[in-house]
Design a protein. Structure first.
Length: 322
């Protein structure tokens, strides 16, 4: 007999998990939940934990026959497909057809909608009708890192749970040295840039070296995560769905790398801020604002190398101001 799918370690005992566990125990969990936060892997882990308890039973009250979540006959998934990573109206209708059928082995059905913000307008309106009249004995789990990209009418019909990232820091080959070199570069900039052409050229050389190395780190991390994820995916996923998942992994890792760049920038500035350095305070505010703008453009499909180059060029100006 399988044990219950564990919650992410960092979320065990948190209020959100406690509320969900209690609602499941009392059979009062809402028919539609919106799980959102900054890290998509965390959301998937939470969704699998919920689905497992609904379909296979809670710890101590497990069903006689249990199935892994992704292989459970009463668990259905909807994912973006293709390089554009869209959820079509037809795929949404197909999911709705599946959840209208009576459960096969469990007392209820669960549908997990991955990156639900990727629904096109037609798909969103098709799905809205299901939210308005949910199928009996069905729980819909909507996952997204961009909840405000959903139609307001969808957001208003689901119960919201926000989860902080439970993911460990990225340990991709070359990433820790990258962050070390980035902080060292900021240190040299803040010490002052002379008018010597060789010194200026060195700073620019380091900048573009960081851009090139960032791409290599991201490619390596994506390949490693995809290799692990692929082993866990259902066998019946088509090529378009696999392409969409791999692209989603790259986008998620890219976002986490930029978050760690922000954290590295703050770590660099902290000792100077503690000493009351007003110049550093202004520089930090300007750098973080620029980084946030460039990360925002990533969501509009700006290339990550172009976004990082823009941020580092701005940093070259910001940290050398007197």
């Amino acid at each position: 007999m399988l044990t219950a799918t564990p919650w992410p370690d960092a979320l065990v005992g948190t209020p959100a998990i406690a509320v969900i566990e209690q609602a499941i125990s009392r059979q009062r969990l809402s028919h539609s939940l919106l799980l959102h936060g900054d890290d998509f892997e965390t959301l998937v882990a939470v969704a699998h934990g919920i689905a497992d308890r609904l379909l296979n039973g809670e710890p101590g009250r497990r069903a006689a026959a249990t199935f892994p979540t992704e292989q459970h006959p009463d668990c259905f998934s909807l994912r973006p497909t293709g390089k554009m990573r869209q959820i079509s109206a037809q795929a949404t209708r197909d999911l709705i057809t599946k959840v209208q059928v009576s459960p096969a082995v469990a007392p209820r059905k669960v549908a997990i909608l991955h990156e639900v913000d990727r629904m096109n307008v037609t798909a969103a309106n098709v799905f809205l009708k299901t939210l308005e009249e949910p199928p009996a004995n069905t729980t819909l789990l909507l996952l997204t890192t961009r909840p405000y990209a959903l139609l307001p009418t969808i957001r208003s019909r689901v119960l919201h749970f926000r989860f902080p990232s439970a993911a460990a820091a990225i340990a991709a080959d070359g990433w820790t040295p990258w962050l070390d070199d980035y902080r060292a570069w900021l240190g040299r900039l803040s010490a002052g840039v002379t008018s010597d052409k060789a010194a200026i050229a060195d700073h620019i050389f380091v900048l573009y070296g960081l851009v090139a190395r960032f791409g290599a780190v991201l490619d390596f991390a994506t390949a490693e995560v995809w290799k692990r994820q692929k082993e866990k995916l259902p066998d019946d996923l088509d090529d378009d769905e696999q392409v969409a998942i791999e692209t989603g992994i790259a986008n998620g890792l890219r976002s986490r790398l930029f978050v760690e760049i922000e954290q590295a920038t703050r770590t660099f500035a902290l000792p100077r801020l503690t000493a009351g350095d007003e110049t550093t305070r202004r520089a930090l505010v300007g750098a973080i604002e620029k980084l946030e703008r460039d990360v925002g453009l990533l969501r509009l499909n700006l290339n990550e190398s172009a976004a990082l180059e823009s941020f580092l060029l701005a940093s070259l100006r910001i940290w050398t101001r007197k």
